[in-house]
Design a protein around this ligand. Structure first.
Ligand SMILES: Cc1ncc(COP(=O)(O)O)c(C=O)c1O
Length: 379
């Protein structure tokens, strides 16, 4: 039997108890039972986001929440800042353009993080900028942005800070209220260990004032509709009920473990993965100052075809990791450690990575990666 281990950055593995929760008989969404589930979900997401702000639940993948943020905050002719240091930063630019906004793009070398001072310089120059769109964990490059410092810059202005935390939330620390982040978007199928299907938009008062003023035509993702029924609590349209129900159990795990322990656990998995890659003679795309604890971007040696390695790992050995995107296609392998992943999964993933590297003819000391990872876990 071939195992099916997912070490890709979403969708992530679903633990058996959450599979069972997903399989519960459906309940109707306009009932007190479902309202209680929604209440628990909002409460749990507020815990993970470290906020008292409203958290709206949408029925979509993560991009839907990104689109909701854009079309509720900016419109035709509005100025915005976007940061392009990877595929998902580019998505903010594309969304802004679709809704007629005018993004001023900060281009960042892939593998590095945006400098908060560069955001400040643009905001100082143009006081009419309404929103700054950034990415917590740029999944395509394994780079984490310094959201705390960016927020410190943006909070001094009239602009709102919108953070795509789709692959970072519940894996990497983000303190919405303490740091003054105005909007966080995220989704169910990464750190939360559930299938794709629901997304979240958390928003403070400063951002909601923009929502009320925003004239962009919108319907399904009109957050005024979510706000109207928020305190019931209810959703304006039929939600992905089963995922909301299972999310209650997922979020309970976060509270039971506690955020500090949770972040430390992922940090260890990431450290072990990086150590393994280095022991195999490889480098990490992201610098030490910004490397992600959610996904490790491993730069393959010249001549090793990344696409082949990923395919062999998946089709021959049953371990799914991700290859590179954009210009990094074929050049990197991304091993994720988010959601339901433990040290034995990482050791299996590394062992399988070694087997695939052997299969493509890369010469190295077999077992060196596993040993390096073991040493981190034993430290
Ligand atoms: C950082 C980030 N933003 C946005 C997305 C897009 O999310 P979705 O594919 O759920 O629409 C992803 C998905 O991988 C992501 O990692």
């Amino acid at each position: 039997m071939k195992r099916n281990l997912i070490l890709a950055p979403g969708p992530t593995q679903i633990p058996p108890d959450l599979c069972a929760a997903l399989g519960k008989p459906i309940i109707h969404h306009r009932t007190p039972q479902f309202a209680q589930n929604l209440k628990d979900v909002i409460d749990g997401l507020q815990y993970v986001m470290q906020t008292k702000n409203d958290v709206y639940i949408l029925t979509s993948s993560g991009t839907g929440a990104m689109e909701a943020a854009v079309c509720n905050l900016v419109g035709k002719g509005d100025k915005a800042i976007t940061v392009e240091g990877g595929k998902f930063g580019e998505r903010w630019t594309e969304l802004c353009k679709v809704y007629g906004a005018e993004p001023q793009v900060i281009e960042v070398k892939w593998g590095t993080a945006v400098k908060p001072a560069d955001i400040k310089a643009l905001l100082d120059k143009d006081k009419s900028i309404k929103a700054v769109f950034v990415t917590l964990n740029e999944t395509s490059t394994g780079v984490v942005s310094d959201i705390k410092s960016i927020a410190a810059v943006v909070k001094e202005t009239n602009a709102v800070l919108v953070v795509d935390a789709i692959s970072g939330l519940g894996v990497i620390d983000i303190k919405m209220d303490d740091w003054a982040v105005d909007v966080i978007v995220s989704a169910s199928h990464k750190g939360f260990m559930l299938p794709p299907g629901i997304s979240f938009v958390a928003m403070n008062e400063k951002a909601y004032k923009l929502v009320e003023k925003c004239e962009t035509p919108r319907y399904y993702f009109d957050l005024r509709k979510s706000k109207k029924v928020y305190n019931d609590p209810d959703t304006p349209f039929t939600p992905a009920i089963s995922i909301v129900v299972a999310l209650v159990d997922s979020l309970r795990k976060f509270k039971e473990e506690g955020l500090d322990k949770l972040f430390a656990r992922y940090a260890k998995l990431a450290e072990a993965t990086r150590a393994a890659a280095k022991a195999l003679g490889m480098t990490i795309l992201a610098g030490d100052d910004c490397v992600s604890n959610a996904v490790t971007p491993i730069v393959l040696p010249e001549g090793v075809a990344g696409g082949k390695v990923v395919k062999i790992m998946r089709d021959t050995y049953g371990v799914t990791v991700a290859g590179g995107q954009g210009y990094l296609k074929g050049k990197i392998v991304r091993i994720a450690h988010m959601g339901c992943v433990d040290e034995y999964d990482i050791l299996t993933g590394i062992a399988c990575f070694e087997k695939a590297l052997k299969d493509v003819g890369y010469s190295f000391e077999m077992g060196a990666g596993v040993k390096a990872a073991q040493e981190v876990f034993n430290s």
